[in-house]
Design a protein. Structure first.
Length: 138
């Protein structure tokens, strides 16, 4: 891999994609916060009712509020109190985007061991995010 100033092309691309992901995620968080505070997007759970649910265990909270678990929040992403999860998902997904952006460079540079590690890491992260693997819980 070509280096300039001690930084490889892989490192530079990873950093560029990470910076873009950070900016996009923070932008989504700020916009969703403004929309929520302004009341432009009605919340799924009215603010006045939140204290009623604070002390509930997760399962009871979900049942009482009609809130989904896992990726079900996407169906409620238009509500002010769920909209912020889009920004969090962008920030969380930035690592996968970074890995996917450098994978072709690693393959082209014949860095097979790193390419395999990156590909496996992407698969593990996607599997974890999918919700397929769920713990039994307490």
């Amino acid at each position: 891999m070509a280096e300039k100033g001690g930084i490889s092309e892989v490192q530079e691309r990873y950093a560029r994609v990470l910076l873009a992901g950070k900016r996009a995620g923070l932008f989504c968080l700020v916009v969703s916060f403004v929309l929520y505070l302004s009341g432009w997007c009605a919340p799924h759970i009215p603010l006045a009712r939140l204290p009623d649910y604070w002390g509930l265990p997760v399962e009871e909270y979900l049942a009482a509020t009609g809130s989904p678990a896992g990726w079900g929040w996407l169906a409620l992403a238009g509500h002010g109190d769920f909209m912020n999860l889009a920004g969090i998902a962008v920030l969380a997904g930035a690592t996968v985007a970074c890995y996917l952006s450098v994978l072709p460079l690693l393959v082209r540079g014949k860095d097979r061991s790193y390419a395999v590690i990156v590909a496996l890491e992407v698969m593990v992260l996607l599997l974890a995010a999918s919700g397929i693997l769920k713990g039994a819980g307490p």
